[in-house]
Design a protein around this ligand. Structure first.
Ligand SMILES: Nc1ncnc2c1ncn2[C@@H]1O[C@H](COP(=O)(O)OP(=O)(O)OP(=O)(O)O)[C@@H](O)[C@H]1O
Ligand SMILES: [Mg+2]
Length: 352
């Protein structure tokens, strides 16, 4: 199969296809640049790589970059997301099958390993691969050979495996859910994609990038700009969904905005505008929530720092819920406007 038909194959059969080379990984924080540096260094080394990272942090983008910076860049780059596939489906997707191998196998089908010959195969969500299939993958990693389902003919391939997961794969191996010897072989190098909260300096850079792209998509002629409050809100958010969450939040803010000045940021699209709560109850509820979710964190710090941390969290939360209307935020916090301004000034000075 030549690379062109493989790419077409990839697009057709694997839904999302592969990210294009134009999908650049942006970032200028030291942590991100260090990560990119490690990635670029290992990319041309012909060994399997394991990418670890939280959801939405950029594992797939990193896998793509590993391929294009390797000597295999002109070869195919194929992906298999193993997360929701049964054992037999993963097996036939990876290794292909012969005509008549099982009911419904009307004709021979080439699997990803064969199609990725001379290139790279990205195995996403490897924590979900059933044991029997792990065994078979181990053989390919070890001897570069496998058989199609329903065939005894060995097929030799030259494929570099890039694996990824956001699961604790070492713990899975300790519990015998993941084969330790496969993990040993896949982890010649382990690259840990940094989460968004460790690269706060990149938030606004990425936000501007996604906002600009969204504006172009919407046919805007003006470049969107975030208000100071919006910038504060973006910078203060913990981003559990990482870059994907940031992209969604920013794109939503842009399309909802009536002007290129983006001032309203909605982090949770599930928040219902119809919930009929009085402001008092709302304040109480949110306060309890903020306190609870960070209490352990805060309790570990010195008292003064913890109290300040709580104030900041509550202030940011109130601002966000009040859509950055400071009078309303003061109300939500049970403060006079004057008291609120005092706190807000302190907050701004400390954050700068
Ligand atoms: N550094 C970056 N610069 C620009 N865009 C990025 C960056 N990192 C990730 N993205 C974008 O964020 C989104 C999520 O990235 P990606 O799919 O690579 O994450 P992932 O770790 O594979 O997520 P999941 O665990 O959910 O599969 C994609 O749209 C990707 O293009
Ligand atoms: Mg992914």
């Amino acid at each position: 199969m030549n690379p062109e038909s493989v790419n077409a194959y990839s697009q057709r059969h694997y839904g999302r296809g592969t990210p294009s080379r134009a999908d650049e990984a942006l970032g200028q924080s030291e942590i991100f640049l260090e990560f990119q540096e490690r990635l670029s260094r290992v990319a041309p080394v012909n060994r399997p790589i394991l990418l670890l990272g939280e959801r939405g942090s950029g594992k797939e983008l990193a896998a793509n970059r590993l391929h294009y910076l390797s000597k295999r860049w002109q070869g195919p780059f194929l992906t298999l997301n193993c997360s929701a596939l049964s054992s037999s489906l993963i097996e036939s997707e990876l290794f292909g099958y012969e005509k008549g191998a099982f009911t419904g196998a009307a004709q021979r089908r080439v699997g990803r390993f064969e199609a990725a010959d001379g290139g790279s195969l990205f195995l996403d969500e490897i924590g979900n691969i059933p044991m029997e299939v792990q065994e078979k993958i181990l053989r390919v990693v070890e001897y570069s050979t496998f058989e199609r389902v329903g065939s005894s003919e060995s097929i030799d391939v030259d494929v570099r495996i890039i694996a990824a997961t956001n699961a604790d794969v070492k713990a899975l191996a300790a519990r015998n859910i993941f084969k330790q010897d496969l993990l040993d072989r896949l982890s010649f190098e382990v690259l840990i994609v940094p989460p968004m909260r460790e690269r706060k300096e990149d938030i606004i850079l990425l936000a501007n990038h996604f906002a600009g792209r969204m504006a172009v998509e919407l046919g805007w002629t003006e470049i969107p700009q975030f208000s100071l409050e919006a910038v504060r809100a973006l910078e203060g958010h913990p981003w559990p969904g990482n870059v994907r969450e940031l992209k969604n939040v920013v794109e939503r803010a842009v399309y909802r905005s009536d002007s290129p000045r983006i001032s309203e940021i909605v982090f949770d699209p599930f928040l219902s505008p119809y919930e009929n709560k009085t402001p008092e109850i709302e304040t109480g509820g949110a306060t309890a929530e903020v306190t609870a979710s960070n209490l352990n964190d805060l309790m570990a710090r010195p008292l003064k720092e913890a109290v300040w941390g709580l104030k900041v969290r509550m202030l940011e939360d109130a601002l966000q819920r009040a859509k950055f209307n400071q009078k309303k935020a003061a109300q939500l916090l049970g403060l006079t406007y004057h008291q609120f301004r005092g706190l807000y000034r302190q907050y701004r000075e400390n954050e700068d």
